[in-house]
Design a protein around this ligand. Structure first.
Ligand code: SF4
Ligand code: SF4
Ligand code: FES
Length: 236
């Protein structure tokens, strides 16, 4: 039995091209794309690395929904023996299924999404109790693989290209709860503006779609509370 596959070809302008791909058990959407590139059209551009849900590089739009394709089975998403595969939304398309992730990661930097410690190698290791409230918040949000599925699913990013977006804000939230980090006031200032956490409309698409079961929506709500408390303390 064959699967009818429509694949985006081109960049911002282009068109869907149709292929027929043999089906087999436990076939993933990434397997389908790989078959097309290896057996039918070697010029097809796409991106992946690990094939086991760790690197975050294989995300695409599958039948209108952003997904990690290496862990998405065709049986789950095929509609009437057909599947449509397009690049991620809300990012510039370089070619075919490959998007430019620069705006996505630039926003991590804008949200101060890097750890800044205040100790040196001669200091003792910091002790963070596993059951502490801050550590629990970090645990819930830390497993982000940077796939961009949440970003592509967010309507506010589509309306406002400056919006930092769910992944960068989720990252800021993990660091806001990292008791070893010393730059939290600057981080809260970075995410408090018009394009920061207050722009989120709590649509929850990000949390519904995240393949790692992270809830950026919850983290963004936490950031809103943290910004309000910091403002009341006169820290912003
Ligand atoms: S909850 Fe906020 S960040 Fe997530 S998709 Fe909705 S608007 Fe975007
Ligand atoms: S929060 Fe989830 S959907 Fe968003 S980039 Fe991280 S792993 Fe991907
Ligand atoms: S190829 Fe690495 S997450 Fe899919």
């Amino acid at each position: 039995m064959n699967l009818n596959v429509r694949v985006w070809r081109g960049a911002a302008s282009g068109e869907f091209q149709s292929f027929e791909v043999p089906r087999y058990a436990s076939q993933t959407v990434l397997d389908v794309v790989t078959h097309i590139q290896r057996a039918l059209d070697p010029t097809l551009a796409y991106r992946y690395a690990c094939r086991v849900g760790m690197c975050g590089s294989c995300a695409m739009t599958v039948n209108g929904v952003a997904r990690w394709t290496c862990r998405t089975h065709v049986d789950k998403v095929a509609s009437d023996g057909a599947v449509e595969i397009a690049p991620l939304r809300n990012l510039p398309v370089i070619r075919d299924l490959v998007t430019d992730m620069s705006p996505f990661f630039d926003k991590w930097a804008k949200a101060r999404g890097r750890f800044e410690g205040g100790t040196s190698r001669s200091d003792e290791f910091a002790e963070v109790a596993p059951q502490s409230p801050q550590r629990q918040q970090v645990d819930a949000a830390i497993e982000c693989i940077g796939c961009g599925v949440c970003y592509a699913s967010c309507d506010v990013v589509a309306w406002n290209p400056d919006y930092l977006g769910p992944a960068a804000l989720n990252r800021a939230w993990t660091l806001a709860n990292d008791v070893r980090d010393v730059s939290n006031a600057e981080r809260l200032r970075a995410i408090a503006g018009d394009a920061g956490c207050h722009a989120c409309h709590t649509h929850v698409s990000c949390s519904e779609r995240c393949p790692k079961q992270i809830s950026p929506t919850a983290g963004i709500s936490g950031l809103k509370r943290a910004v309000a408390k910091a403002a009341l303390r006169g820290e912003l």
